[in-house]
Design a protein around this ligand. Sequence first.
Ligand code: GDP
Ligand code: MN
Length: 382
Amino acid sequence: MKLHEYQSKRIFAQYGIPIPRGEVATTPTEAREIAARLGTRVVVKSQVLVGGRGKAGGVKLAATPDEAEAVADQILGMNIKGLTVKKVLVDEAADIREEIYLGATLDRARRRVVVMASAAGGMDIEEVARQTPEKIIQAVVDPFLGLREYQARALAFGIGLRRDLLRDFTAIALSLYRAYVDCDASLAEINPLAIDAQGRLLAVDGKIVIDDNALSRRPHLADLRDEDEEVPAEREARRFGLSYVKLDGAIGCMVNGAGLAMATMDITKLYGSAPANFLDIGGGAQADKVAAALRIILADPNVKVVLINIFGGITRCDEVARGILAAIDQIGGLKVPMVTRLVGTNEEEGRRILAEANLITATSLPEAAQKAVAAAGEEARR
Ligand code: GDP
Ligand code: MN
């Protein structure tokens, strides 16, 4: 779960990380009032859960309250990477001289949290990571010791930080690491960590991503979820206990088990197509859940075929087959072809039920994938 910039920065502030003064507005008038209260130049920032807001025109400076109102009017309602801006953060503008990157994330290969810093922070950090990875300095954290002060100092030296900022930088890095751990985050990032004209460090932007699996034990963080900001399909999926991630291909996949789902996605590529989504319907295959999954898959206009790949263990394949038919009924019929592969307990019976309903059936995964790719191709030509 991603937190908004304003939410992330408030958490950072609780850990003693310096952030600009500011408040959230949902209307241009509110933005003007906040700017007037702050009594300084402000920066008006779209609060949407995607990166690159600056480049998309979603971050703008304003010298006066009137200007803040005008700029907020431009930004509110703006579409940034498919998300509509409903809130803006109005912050006291910083007089930025340098932009540092500082972030903590999980390095799965090392099985450690790494804290990264770069002097080349700001809007092009992804480019820096790609083109000149040596400009990103890393500290690998021992989980039992946590981030050590000497490691934070090594980051500071590595990015050539001014000596007079060493103490503050070290404190910020340690705080960021503690916030990361306390939030069960998978990412906690300050980009930029600005050096302002007065030579102070300031977290101008903030981003925290929380591990969804930890939300049950972090209810105060779960409460921060902004349902407005979720892709509708993802919200619906969560409600039905489905894990769903939208992708760009034409083959809508419905699979039980995350590993099998990934194998299914891979094999659509092997046969020259691509998955429209990742979708794990989990255990069981009750009609309601299958229907919800189908609705979600079919709401995506790119989907040219649905590929169902189910391993029936405890849930018998004939039950799954009946669940699929009931689900198709519930959603009022199918507008694209459906390829089904059921294996496991009672699979023949399951296949027979689906074949009688004129669905395309397959026994092996390659066969299912080939049939799905072929059907998607035909569908696209229609
Ligand atoms: P992002 O593009 O979504 O990462 O949004 P940021 O909050 O990082 O803002 C993008 C860029 O806008 C930053 O890298 C800064 O260069 C600039 N910016 C943001 N806040 C301020 C500010 O208070 N003062 C100035 N001068 N620039 C700012
Ligand atoms: Mn940023």
